[in-house]
Design a protein around this ligand. Structure first.
Ligand code: BGC
Length: 406
């Protein structure tokens, strides 16, 4: 049995576009329709209207924290025109969280952009940092009194990979050069936002905020002992797991480290072609592991290994996402239990983990994969929008209540 520290944050995460519904000023909304994506987000989970129902369930499940995101395209549907009604909506969302004693962790950018911003070239535009910062200042002034934990950008590397390397997501580019351009703007946007958020809190006499971003980390494991596979693992760790993180640390622009962890990536190169170093993985299912319904390897050990690598930065760490899409709900519980054991072992080794947020509170729109993959602690019926608590959620609720894992 393992005991977690007092005041540990226990809860789950969501993102606006995946749950709210009707985000029609957003680039994804336009893109889904233009390319004819199999499922379009549409009403999503109707969380925009049903947030109170969802938070009541989170409370019933003994959560004490909840991660959510603000949809930029709602706040600023047209360039420079801010919608005060939408700000009021998010104020109501945050006061509802407060009523249920759920500590909010608020993300400012979770993969989606306002359509006007994308039309200007999105994150490749030299002024993208300024556009983002204008929105950040506006929303943080308004919501500051209700929020302590901020996250600027969700998984910049995943956004860059799908948007600019694999081309699976908008803006569907396949160019290392364009990806690097967007990356440097995202880094600059985070640093400027970090400073702006702190300045706003000081000016408004609010207790200091805690600002970070959500860093997606994968456990890269070489498939063979060849030099080529080992080099590729080193490269991917550097670029994908630690690149953005270390750039922000060098600029003293992180108050804690948020990490999103899902899976192992078995790295096996099929050629010396430079592109292979970024993309090739084992396609023979060597070293097999149980998988989720999207075929991702389940590997709790990887979370432990990565957490230990974060120890040297000596900052609090919050697991801002960790989850599984699966039809067999017993496997969901085993996934949660296995990963919590890794977290507990890392804490015993001196890593300052202060929270765990399961992805996701409710089933939701899984981007280009649509509504098929089920990640939720709570099942959503997309015909009736009814919610049903899963058994795994009840087991996790006991951990949240007792702060202990058997
Ligand atoms: C993202 C979520 C996504 C989840 C499962 C994370 O990469 O932040 O938006 O739904 O993984 O794929």
């Amino acid at each position: 049995m393992t005991q977690f520290p007092d005041n540990f944050l226990w809860g789950a995460a969501t993102s606006a576009y995946q749950v709210e519904g009707q985000n029609s000023y957003c680039d994804w909304w336009e893109w889904e329709k233009r390319i004819g994506l199999k499922d379009s987000s549409g009403l999503a989970c109707r969380h925009y209207e049903l947030f109170e129902t969802d938070f009541a369930l989170a409370k019933e499940l003994n959560h004490n924290a909840h991660r959510l995101s603000i949809e930029w395209s709602r706040i600023e549907p047209e360039e420079g025109k801010f919608d005060a009604k939408e700000v009021e909506h998010y104020k109501r969302v945050l006061s509802c969280l407060k009523d249920y004693r759920l500590e909010p962790l608020v993300t400012l950018h979770h993969f989606t952009n306002p359509l006007w911003f994308s039309k200007k070239g999105g994150w490749r535009n030299r002024r993208s940092k300024e556009y983002f910062l204008r929105y950040v200042r506006y929303i943080v002034e308004a919501l500051g009194p209700q929020v302590r934990f901020w996250m600027t950008i969700n998984e910049p590397q995943v956004y860059l990979y799908h948007g600019f390397i694999s081309g699976a997501w908008p803006p569907q580019e396949k160019s290392l050069f364009k990806s690097k351009q967007a990356e440097s703007n995202l880094i600059a946007a985070h640093i400027a936002s970090y400073r702006a958020i702190h300045e706003i809190y000081r000016r408004n006499n609010l207790a200091a905020p805690l600002v970070s971003f959500a860093n997606h980390m994968q456990s890269f494991v070489p498939c063979t002992s060849s030099l080529r596979d080992k080099l590729a693992v080193k490269l991917r760790n550097k670029l994908f797991n630690f690149g953005f993180l270390e750039a922000l640390l060098r600029n003293k622009a992180l108050d804690y480290i948020g990490i999103n962890y899902y899976s192992r990536s078995l790295v096996e190169l099929h050629s010396w072609w430079p592109w292979s170093f970024f993309t090739d993985t084992c396609n023979q299912n060597h070293h097999p592991l149980p998988k989720n319904s999207l075929g991702w390897d389940i590997y709790p050990q990887g979370l432990y290994d990565l957490l230990l690598k974060l120890k040297k930065y000596d900052l609090p760490v919050i697991i801002t996402e960790n989850g599984i899409c699966i039809d067999d709900d017993n496997m969901r519980w085993e996934f949660i239990r296995g990963h919590l054991k890794s977290v507990a072992s890392a804490i015993q080794q001196g890593v300052k983990v202060t929270g765990y947020l399961y992805w996701s509170l409710i089933d939701n729109f899984e981007w280009d994969k649509g509504f098929g993959p089920r990640f939720g602690l709570i099942e959503v019926d997309y015909q009736t929008y009814g919610r049903t608590i899963r058994e795994s959620a009840k087991k996790y609720a006991q951990v949240c209540q007792n702060g202990k894992i058997e």
